[in-house]
Design a protein around this ligand. Structure first.
Ligand code: NAG
Ligand code: NAG
Ligand code: NAG
Ligand code: NAG
Ligand code: NAG
Length: 262
């Protein structure tokens, strides 16, 4: 009687095993979905003049771009769909608050051009990509040479540092590859024009240093201990696996013998 139950149980076990194996064998090979290349949508031509006219109060920035013809350089970059462009646009109020030193009144036309190009990166960056950019600051702007910007990601907000200016992206006006237009609270003033004699400003809250710290020497003590404990763990784990293997083999042998016997 008892043998019968054992036989039923073990044969059910075998049945389960074999059906599982059959399922495994019968299961079709993983379907490889070759992504049908989506019909490349013609990248919308973005008319920067139009965009800056319609969005925000950006007329001061736009007027400067037009008077210096820098708008053509930026539009040309925006037309380059491979790279695209990222432009930081200060509001009119940001220019209005630049009445005292440093002022844009005394700078030469070439310096003004550089200052405008200082507000643009020769590549399209989504806001998410600035986390990465902050790791590789300083970043070259379209003004080239020493005109670099530093980016830091402070809990999802992009902060921009030029030495003279510490500001942040306050809104995303347009962000579709290849053109990104981000509103900033201040005009970005480069050290390459205004010098490094920066008047002290109320210190901004220190941004957390997120750079990975190299292993401190103090860690050695814990490191020395861990290998021995991990090997003993590994030993007992493999021992457990072995005994499980033996057990299952025994079950199989017994049930096989029973199957022959009955
Ligand atoms: C861009 O928009 C401006 C203002 O609407 C217009 O004057 C100009 O002709 C447009 N440029 C192109 C290339 O379409
Ligand atoms: C940008 O592309 C538009 C549309 O193809 C064209 O009309 C315009 O002249 C181009 N502008 C520049 C500066 O390359
Ligand atoms: C512009 O330059 C003149 C002469 O160099 C100087 O007196 C004046 O203070 C400057 N203005 C500003 C706003 O820097
Ligand atoms: C981050 O930057 C590295 C090196 O500049 C680049 O290889 C990587 O693709 C970037 N990752 C993202 C998510 O942009
Ligand atoms: C930008 O970052 C670099 C490297 O982190 C630093 O040396 C430099 O002083 C920074 N420049 C500005 C203007 O904050």
């Amino acid at each position: 009687m008892a043998y019968k139950y054992v036989f039923i149980a073990s044969s059910m076990l075998l049945l389960l095993c074999s059906s599982a194996m059959a399922q495994k064998a019968a299961s079709p090979p993983p379907l490889i979905l070759t992504p049908t290349p989506a019909p490349a949508p013609a990248p919308d031509y973005v008319n920067l003049t139009e965009l800056l006219t319609v969005a925000g109060p950006f007329s001061t920035f736009l007027d400067y771009l037009v008077s210096t013809k820098v708008i053509e350089t930026l539009q040309n970059q925006a037309n380059n769909t491979e790279e695209g462009v990222t432009i930081f646009v200060p509001k009119d109020s940001a220019f209005a608050s630049l009445k005292q030193k440093p002022s844009l009144k005394n700078i030469t036309n070439d310096q003004l051009k550089s200052l405008l190009l200082f507000h643009a990166l020769p590549h399209y960056y989504s806001l998410a990509e600035f986390t990465n950019l902050s790791q590789s600051s300083p970043i070259n702007t379209m003004a080239g040479g020493p005109f670099t910007l530093n980016f830091t990601d402070v809990s999802g907000t992009v902060h921009i540092g030029s030495g003279w200016t510490n500001t942040k992206v306050s809104s995303s006006v347009h962000s579709t590859d290849p053109v990104a237009l981000y509103q900033v609270d201040k005009v970005l003033l480069p050290e390459a024009i205004f010098g490094t004699d920066i008047p002290p400003t109320p210190a901004p809250a220190p941004s957390p240093d997120i750079a990975p710290v190299a292993d401190a020497p103090g860690d050695e003590g814990t490191d020395a201990k861990s290998p021995s404990s991990s090997t003993s763990q590994g030993k007992s784990a493999s021992h457990r696996v072995n005994s499980l293997g033996v057990l299952s083999q025994m079950v199989l042998a017994v049930s096989g013998g029973l199957a022959l016997f009955l």
